[in-house]
Write a protein that binds this ligand. Structure first.
Ligand SMILES: C[S@@+](CC[C@H](N)C(=O)[O-])C[C@H]1O[C@@H](n2cnc3c(N)ncnc32)[C@H](O)[C@@H]1O
Length: 277
């Protein structure tokens, strides 16, 4: 008999029912914490100390997550999985691009820090957008990977342009060099920038103010500016159902892939994909 079973039996025999139930549930919560969460919680402090990252973390994806990402994009874009995998390899096997992405976090030791943005890249490569709009740029990991896709598209005869929006004047430090030639950042409130845009937008990525209301207002702001084949990627779909609802209201399909960071305490965000039938 384990010590836990003995204590539980003694408590049940001697204490009033509400009290032994409380003790039982507290012990179960402690066991759950130790089994499922302790290693994540303990990793938070050491990861922040090691990387200096306080939000918008950089990490790789697990092989399983990459597999799900490939399968989902293959269905949404109606392309063979081998094609999607080949696009993703263009990023993971580009040391220059990855070194650039890691230049703002010299203590992060990763081969490829783009996480779910590998999916953004694959969509941009597969659909050859002429205009990509990403709201919320921050350091510019999305800008960088999307402009890298545009560079390859242009070399293959399908040029395109990137527009990012951010309210922070310092946003976009990674968008430099050859990548900056294909894109620029509109500083100010994202909704104002979207309202001033003409379009047509072929690929729209929502990643600015993560409140549900603001997210939905962004989709409404671009609704009339999307090209017929436009794809929307929502970076808030792990928190809200706004992109799924917008998709229903506009006769579009919706899929979601949950992110699974590799060797990182963060539980991950996800990739909401809205596409025309
Ligand atoms: C999660 S980060 C974006 C991350 C980025 N997409 C990437 O790939 O790393 C969110 C960004 O949205 C910006 N932001 C928040 N509210 C905004 C608003 N109302 N208009 C424009 N940008 C906003 C923040 O300044 C922040 O840089």
């Amino acid at each position: 008999m384990s010590i836990y079973t003995a204590v539980h039996g003694f408590a049940k025999a001697t204490l009033p029912e509400p009290m032994w139930r409380l003790l039982r549930d507290a012990a179960a919560a402690r066991r759950c914490y130790r089994t499922y969460f302790r290693r994540h919680v303990h990793g938070i402090f050491s990861t922040i100390r090691a990387t200096g990252e306080h939000d918008n973390f950089t990490y790789e994806l697990t092989d399983r997550c990459l597999c799900y990402l490939v399968e989902t994009l293959s269905c949404a874009l109606k392309r063979p999985r081998e094609e999607i995998e080949a696009y993703i390899r263009e990023v993971t096997e580009d040391p220059g691009l990855n070194a650039m992405a890691l230049s703002t976090t010299p203590n992060v030791k990763l081969k490829c820090p783009f996480g779910r943005r590998l999916g953004w890249y694959a969509v941009a490569r597969a659909t050859k957008p002429r205009l990509i709009v990403e709201t919320g740029v921050d350091r510019g990991h999305g800008s960088l990977v999307l402009c890298a896709a545009l560079l390859r598209n242009a070399a293959e005869g399908s040029p395109g342009q990137y527009l990012g929006t951010d309210i922070k004047p310092e946003a976009g430090e990674l968008l430099v060099g050859k990548y900056a030639a294909l894109g620029r950042i509109l500083y100010g409130d994202s909704l104002e920038s979207l309202n001033a845009m003409t379009g047509p937008i072929d690929l729209f990525i929502n990643d600015s103010d993560h409140s549900a209301d603001y997210e939905y207002r962004e989709y409404e702001a671009v609704a009339g500016k999307l090209s017929p084949q436009a794809i929307i990627l929502g970076d808030n779909a792990h928190c809200t159902d706004k992109l799924a609802r917008f998709s229903r209201e506009h006769g579009r399909h919706f899929l979601f892939v949950a992110e699974e960071p590799k060797d990182h305490w963060y539980i991950g965000a996800g990739l909401g994909i809205s596409f025309p039938p």
